[in-house]
Ligand binder design. Sequence first.
Ligand code: BEZ
Ligand code: FE
Length: 292
Amino acid sequence: MSTEQEIRESQLVDRVVASFAGTPDPRLRELMQALTRHLHAFVREVRLTEAEWQQAIAFLTATGHITDDRRQEFILLSDVLGASMQTVTVNNQAYGDATEATVFGPFFVQGSPEIPLGGDISGGAAGQPCWVEGTVTDAAGKPVPHARIEVWEADDDGFYDVQYGDDRVAARGHLHTDTDGSYRFWAITPTPYPIPHDGPVGRLLAATGRSPMRASHLHFLVEAPGLRTLVTHIFVRGDDLLDSDSVFGVRDSLVKDFEPQAPSTPTPDGRDLGDQPWSRVRFDIVLAPAAG
Ligand code: BEZ
Ligand code: FE
C-alpha cells in the first residue's frame, strides 16, 4: 500500500475518534473511541470490499427482522462469536474457590414455580430422572442458608418449555437452601440440544462449518445477600460435545459426574421410580463476596 493511502486511511480513523472527543459521559466516550479504532482496524486488515460490507449490512438487517420479544437473534450472534462468554469472563474474575460463571442463555424465565427441598422441577418434561444435590457456601467455606437457587433445562427432545408454543411450565423451578446450606431436588438428566439455528445465525454457522449443538447442561442462578450472584451451568462428564459447545460456555470446573443408576437402585429420598434408570450428581456451589 502506498504511503499516501496509508495516511488517508489513518487520518480518517483519527477524525472519527476525534468526533467523539466531546462526549459528556466519559465511559461512552471511551467505548465509542475504542469501537471506532477496532472497527476501522478490522476493515483495513481484511481490506473489506463494498460487496462484503453490503452483505454484512444485509446480515445485521435480517438479524434485526427475526428478533422480537420471544427471539433475540443479536444475543445469539454474540453467543456464537464468544462475545457473551468473554463478557462473562471479564466480569466474573476468579475469586479463591468460587464457582465459575458461564453464559446466561435466552431461556431463563422470571416467576418459575417454587419447589420444596427434594421436590421435582421436571413438571412433566420428558427425560430420565436425575437427583441433584450439594451445598452453597461462601468463599471461606461457611454454609449459606436460604440461598435462592433457580434451575432450568431443556427436555429430552432438546426443547425448553418456552419453545413448546403453549403456556406449559416444565423443567424449571426455584428452591432455597436449608439452614445448613444444603440443597437437593429432582430434575432430568441433561441431553444435548441445538441453539435456534433457523435464522441468520444458523446460516452463519452452516456457512462456516460449525455445529449449533450445545453440550448437555443444567442451568443455575444462585443468589444470596452480600454474595456475588452466580449464573452458571453444570455439564455432563463424558459428553462428546464438551470441546465444541456452540457458545463456548464449557469450563472444566463445571463438568460433573452424572452417575448412572440402574433400574431399582434405591433413591436418596425413597421415591419409587419403578423400573426406570436414573442418575445423580453433586454440585457444591461456592459464592464470591459481592463487589464493593
Ligand atoms: C442456553 O444454554 O440455554 C443457550 C445459551 C446460549 C444460546 C442459546 C441457548
Ligand atoms: Fe441451555
